[in-house]
Design a binder for this molecule. Structure first.
Ligand SMILES: Nc1ncnc2c1ncn2[C@@H]1O[C@H](COP(=O)(O)OP(=O)(O)O)[C@@H](O)[C@H]1O
Ligand SMILES: [Mg+2]
Length: 252
């Protein structure tokens, strides 16, 4: 699975090469290699505490890998100047595990927030953009509500709408359905699928939700002991001869 480092090879939108990450003596990521093509949805499976969130955090720059290269749109972050790097990072949307909305702000204010922090934002289109993002997640009626007035599923949708405000080309989802009831999980999974179709975004999704995985994944990678141990479609991996891999697919 190893590759030469990061020349722009056409449609590769995200490329991780030989990523290692340690916290003190604890090596969480040993050798992570992953290429995601434009428009593709990749699901990342792995047990709890094995480094899935750390991978996403390295991609958006909340953590820094100990070694290895991360390239987005064929450019390596380490080669970019700071302002260029910020512009690149803006193309990557991130839906946190908690979905963290600002409780003291209305939905509209929550959605405006990431935009008004951008140096080049245009005040004129802001209302239109907020409405468009809310329409995309089917929650335009919640525009003047506060987070405390919304259900868990609605908060997730609003968090996704907020992520969409900066027109990301890649969305990283960290356990988007964890903690939601099965019906709401299913709604969120369909919403992710909708975003893929409507906005053609590229997605990398960390989840344990196998119905969600079945619905949205073009390709699945399985993390084990700091490396990807398997890669394939849902059908391929569900028939894997490796008990560890197949274990993810044996659920009721
Ligand atoms: N900032 C940090 N400092 C120290 N250890 C960390 C830090 N972030 C994550 N870890 C450790 O790295 C491991 C992987 O964490 P994480 O990526 O959050 O797991 P998960 O696969 O459940 O998302 C865990 O053992 C966690 O305790
Ligand atoms: Mg995690």
């Amino acid at each position: 699975m190893e590759k030469e480092v990061t020349e722009n090879n056409g449609d590769s939108i995200l490329e991780l090469t030989n990523i290692k990450k340690s916290f003190g003596n604890f090596e969480v990521l040993k050798d992570i290699n992953l290429t995601v093509q434009k428009g593709e949805t990749v699901v990342l499976l792995g047990k709890s505490g094995t480094g899935k969130s750390v991978i996403l955090k390295c991609i958006i720059g909340l953590e820094h890998q100990s070694s290895g290269k991360i390239a987005v749109f064929g450019k390596e972050f380490s080669e970019l100047r700071e302002e260029e790097e910020n512009a690149f990072r803006r193309k990557i949307g991130f839906l946190f595990q908690s979905g963290a909305l600002y409780d003291s702000m209305t939905v509209r204010q929550n959605l405006e927030f990431p935009v008004i922090r951008q140096p080049d934002y245009k005040k004129e289109d802001l209302t239109e953009r907020v409405e468009e993002a809310l329409n995309n997640v089917g929650l335009i009626d919640a525009i003047d509500k506060f987070p405390s007035e919304l259900s868990g599923g609605m908060k997730k949708r609003i968090a996704l709408a907020r992520t969409l405000m900066l027109n990301p080309e890649i969305i990283l989802y960290d356990e988007p359905t964890t903690g939601l009831d099965p019906v709401t999980s299913n709604e969120i999974s369909h919403l992710i699928l909708d975003m893929q179709k409507k906005l053609k975004v590229t997605s990398l999704i960390v989840t344990h939700d196998m119905p969600c995985t079945h619905l949205v994944a073009d390709r699945i990678v399985v993390l084990k002991e700091g490396e990807f141990t398997a890669e394939g479609t849902y059908d391929e991996l569900s028939k894997s001869k490796d008990d560890f891999v197949r274990g993810f697919f044996e659920f009721e």
